[in-house]
Design a protein around this ligand. Sequence first.
Ligand code: OXT
Ligand code: ADP
Ligand code: MG
Length: 583
Amino acid sequence: MGATVSEPKVTADAEPTQVTDGFHLVIDALKLNGIDTIFGLPGIPVTDLTRKAQAAGMRVISFRHEQNAGNAAAIAGFMTQKPGICLTVSAPGFLNGLTALANATTNCFPMILISGSSEREIVDLQQGDYEEMDQLAVAKPLCKAAFRVLHAEDIGVGIARAIRAAVSGRPGGVYLDLPARLFPQSVDAQAGRNSLIKVVDPAPRQIPAQDAVQRALELLKGAKRPLILLGKGAAYAQADAEIRALIERSGIPYLPMAMAKGILPDTHEQSAAAARSFVLPGADVVMLVGARLNWLLSHGKGKTWGGKNPKDWGGQKFIQIDISPQEADSNVRIDAPLVGDIGSCVTALLAGIGSGWAKPPAEWLNAIAERKNKNLAKMAETLAKNPAPMNFHSALNVVRDIVKANPDAMLVNEGANALDFTRSIVDMYQPRKRLDVGTWGVMGIGMGFAVAAAVVSGQPVIAIEGDSAFGFSGMEVETICRYNLPVCVVILNNNGVYRGDEVNPTGGPDPAPLVFVKDARYEMLMQAFGGVGVHASTPAELRQAMEEAIRSRKPTLINAVIDERAGTESGRITALNPSAKKK
Ligand code: OXT
Ligand code: ADP
Ligand code: MG
């Protein structure tokens, strides 16, 4: 291992000895484990760590706000199955990164938030240190695991534990607390090297029990109206060929959750995405593959599933493939839990299915096809329109074509209407290309995800952003320009949160709470840092600008002007708004 070593120190008897220190041991431990990138923001006490990491050949991506660095680390983890690293300063920097760590944990993305911290003696006595905070205690409830290292000799163990905790079992966020005093601690170089751990098999396969596989197969075999639901766990698992084989050999229709789009191309004939509201209540047996029955699936019950009332069971039987044994029964009864990693579980199911598996009844497949074709035709009709001003559909029709022509490109997506319309209009063709707001529906992932997507994949990135959504991380366009990343940001600008035409009912001078400055020139933000900024008010202008951005790979921001009356409250989740009781 090519360890980094500090300058030789001259001891009292003038014999030079090779020593290393905390800074170098952190870098060596990460590199030893194949981690080559740090997303972060420098300052006391980690400034030198960023310098030394870059000097040691690591890619150090410096952001303008830690939350964006954290989101970058989280999505890098999702894309690579290796924990993404976010590095921050103490207290406020740590807290800025913490939102991303909590979001990563919620989404089952592996990441490690490494934060410098202040002097333990002073923090613990609450004597008022610079950026004083008991960061470990604050982080603990919001992540999968949290560790602190006090001695340089323990850095190897600390990093190894953090890696294992992040990627084994259900992946998640890990906090690693590194107090300022740790970094300059000297250690004999050889002893330092010996203290490092290269983690062997960090995410061991988890083979499902044979009787559980059999139970799932029997349930599936007896189904008259089976459905497979693919979630982002299925995308994360990188078992793309096995999943495709399972779907194609069984002939069962499937529905991808947002970030599972593209595991099979959205144009696949077995995709039931365009018949969602038909297949969920209609199915009798549903197999969940790396998807939780949380709010995004209406908790597996209620009207979405054919129940009469919000809490009523729709009568479906569920098979659930998940690495977490505690996931089953979280919302409704799971008749056949299949605990294991998705690759192993799907492989076991495939072996059981063999070659003589009967396809689902034609009646079910035909009914889905009918509904799907009707929705596809309706969509095609809407997309063919060219209204002035531009609306979500006419703008996204362009994005749909560009993604089709560039299936390798990464797609980042956030907003409300900007999110929901993109999800249903823009087809994905490859796995793990669509990155979005995930389990929390959180705004602010946009530019962090875009930076990481470009850095990790080397492919062009298209970020489709609501104008409100963009504001949460917009300053990172400077980061995009600084690292010259092939990111094309498209802001679907309807002058506000959900839409831009609300007015202050009092007639007073303050604008309504949901509207922004009219006709804001977002493209000038990108121009300010040397990137390309384009103002597009027609689909033709948008198309030309996007094509040029993909061709040139230059940082580009397109301000796509959308009718400010286009958009509904909260997009497709209007019903989640508590509505005021009317007198
Ligand atoms: O079957 P039916 O007939 O029902 O039809 C469905 C499909 O069959 C069909 N479909 C298709 N038809 C034809 N062809 C194709 N290819 C096709 N595919 C599908 O289309 C429909 C819809 O399909 P879908 O989407 O699959 O189905 P559905 O019913 O919508 O699925 C349900 C859900 C729940 C799974 C889905 O809706 C979903 O995934 N939703 C995610 C919602 C979400 O997460 N939203 C983001 C949060 S909203 C809100 O919280 C916002 N905030 C507050 C805030 C947040 N979030 N975070 C922070 C840190 N602070 C504050 C804010 C501030 S959004 C927001 C900003 C909004 O303003 P912007 O300016 O950014 O954005 P604009 O709204 O654009 O102005
Ligand atoms: P979606 O939002 O797309 O429905 P969720 O985030 O709700 O997806 O669910 C993902 C699920 O996938 C989680 O329950 C997680 O435990 C599971 N998971 C993640 N990785 C794996 C894996 N390699 N094998 C099995 N299950 C996994
Ligand atoms: Mg908007």
